[in-house]
Design a protein around this ligand. Structure first.
Ligand code: HEC
Ligand code: HEC
Length: 473
């Protein structure tokens, strides 16, 4: 053979091999596609900062999404069941303001270790053995994301139902619905909700004569629907109904100024798999807070109010917001009034606390007193959760990634989380689930979490004392 001929035949062989390899890759990718849950499409390269613009006809998207819904939910429920015991365990004697019993844990399922053994292991050991029980929690359908509302709320407001996914966490781990409302300006009235869900239909009769006209109009805006990524009047939406103005109201999540546990994905991270699931925080006591958003650290309630509709409603993407109907609030008038109302939402009463926010020894039980001593002593909680509201108004990096190896789960990249704001603990028993993503379903879980994260070595009795103390806050 001549050199040329040899080169040619070599090239033919290489070409054939390359073709075979690409065929194999293509078929195995195809097989993978079929076995994968639909919410986990293969990552598209290169990643884009922009949300995809859906141009398919509404009927086509809805039919496909409805067909996939049961598979999406089955996968999400499996993931959750694998992590937690979701059975209903409540304390019938300890209730939220309007009577819902609080859930009791710990709910995390341990993989071949006991809590005592875990408590003695170093972060490196826990990471190496893959036994950390509190990994970041993915969205029900992480690749799609968007706002998801609890079933109890949807029953009263069917417009909040999505055709592509449902809420995943069972109702007994959620705040009571509808929750009580306390006003800093009228503590003499107690709960002013009258047991009702405040909406645009009843806010006026409930609050006329209690609020001033500015606050009243602010409340009107907080219960008025405005277009949002999944709830809007275009074909690119996730609700079947399109009766009148489609959208969401602030109080669809911050129900009665508190929370119903609704979640979505944080708007300010890319790519999609690195975005965090975020659970709605209560607006009770925003008046004493100085940082808003788990990581955004916006400095005022006004900033956050403006930001919610301008950015969070549309995943931080003004391109898509323009298409779906962005509602830009007037800062000096509307934002001001909405904030004035939010700023008078109070924490629920805590009858055992003194003016310093500490337990009154005459009213507290011995277990609560022991819990307080631990909280301010051995357990170091008060380093960040400082009285009277049990927040230092700062952010802290708990470095939870010491306990796990980064990996993909449920379409989410489980990796470093960085600094997160110290949420206040006043009224904490009324707002499960806990942490920015709601991964801790009960107060017992929060104690187990911090026992590991802070390497406290707490004994079982000490853990339960700490829970007793937090229930009194
Ligand atoms: C999905 C339901 C949802 C809707 C609708 C919603 N929010 Fe929120 N809100 C959240 C979540 C989740 C956070 C936490 C954000 C974060 O961690 O960055 C939040 C945070 C906030 C905060 C900061 C609270 C804190 O403790 O840091 C304020 C204030 C707020 N929202 C006001 C509003 C207003 C005003 C509206 C209407 C314009 C609104 N929200 C609509 C879910 C919602
Ligand atoms: C280094 C500061 C720091 C210390 C010490 C600390 N925390 Fe926290 N705590 C935080 C931060 C930051 C968050 C929010 C973390 C997140 O959302 O991922 C938080 C969240 C919580 C929450 C959930 C709040 C909510 O609204 O979801 C509870 C409950 C809690 N801490 C209890 C405790 C207890 C009990 C201790 C002591 C055993 C403790 N913390 C020690 C910083 C701290």
């Amino acid at each position: 053979m001549t050199t040329n001929a040899r080169t040619t035949s070599l090239m033919v062989v290489i070409l054939a091999l390359a073709l075979a390899a690409s065929f194999l890759v293509a078929t195995s990718a195809g097989a993978q596609d079929r076995s994968r849950p639909p919410q986990n499409p293969p990552p598209k390269e290169p990643p884009s900062s922009f949300m995809p613009v859906i141009e398919e006809p509404f009927e086509v998207v809805m039919r496909r999404d409805k067909e996939n819904k049961s598979r999406v939910m089955a996968a999400a429920t499996r993931r959750l069941e694998d992590r937690y015991d979701l059975a209903r365990h409540v304390d019938p004697d300890v209730k939220m303001t309007r009577g819902k019993p609080i859930p009791v844990g710990p709910t995390a399922r341990l993989k071949g270790v006991t809590w005592e053994q875990l408590g003695r292991m170093s972060p490196e050991e826990i990471r190496a053995k893959g036994v950390f029980p509190y990994l970041p929690l993915p969205h029900v359908a992480h690749a799609v994301g968007g706002m998801v509302f609890p079933q109890t709320h949807i029953k009263q407001q069917p417009r909040l139902e999505r055709f592509d996914m449902d809420f995943d966490i069972p109702d007994h781990f959620l705040p009571e619905f509808p929750p009580a409302i306390f006003l800093t300006t009228r503590p003499d009235l107690g709960d002013v909700s009258k047991g009702q869900l405040v909406t645009v239909n009843n806010f006026y009769e409930l609050f006329n004569g209690i609020l001033n006209p500015k606050q009243l109009d602010g409340l009107r805006l907080l219960v008025t629907q405005f277009p949002q990524q999944q709830f809007n009047a275009t074909a690119d939406r996730k609700t079947e109904r399109n009766d009148g103005m489609q959208g969401v109201a602030c109080f669809d999540c911050h129900v009665n100024g508190h929370t119903n546990g609704a979640f979505h994905l944080v708007g300010d991270i890319r790519p999609q798999e690195n975005r965090r699931r975020i659970e709605t925080p209560s607006l009770r006591g925003v008046n004493i807070q100085r940082l808003f958003g788990s990581q955004r650290a916006l400095k005022t309630v006004e900033d956050f109010t403006e930001f919610e509709q301008r950015a969070a409603y549309f995943d931080g993407d003004p391109v898509i917001a323009t298409k779906k109907g962005i509602n830009i609030l007037d800062r000096g008038h509307q934002v001001h009034e909405m904030s004035e109302f939010q700023e008078i939402l109070d924490f629920p009463p805590a009858p055992k606390l003194s003016v310093y926010g500490r337990l009154d020894p005459k009213k507290a039980t011995p277990a609560e007193m022991r819990g307080e001593e631990l909280f301010f002593g051995k357990a170091t909680c008060s380093q960040c959760h400082t009285p009277p509201f049990y927040t230092d108004n700062l952010m802290h990096d708990l470095m939870v990634e010491r306990f796990y190896i980064p990996r993909m789960e449920g379409g989410m990249m489980i990796t470093k989380q960085g600094p997160i704001k110290t949420f206040p603990l006043r009224g904490i028993k009324e707002s499960p689930p806990y942490l920015h993503d709601g991964r801790l379903l009960t107060l017992e879980d929060t104690v187990e979490f911090f026992n590991l994260v802070l390497q406290l070595g707490l004994a079982p009795g000490e853990k339960s004392d700490l829970v007793q103390f937090m229930r009194a806050l």
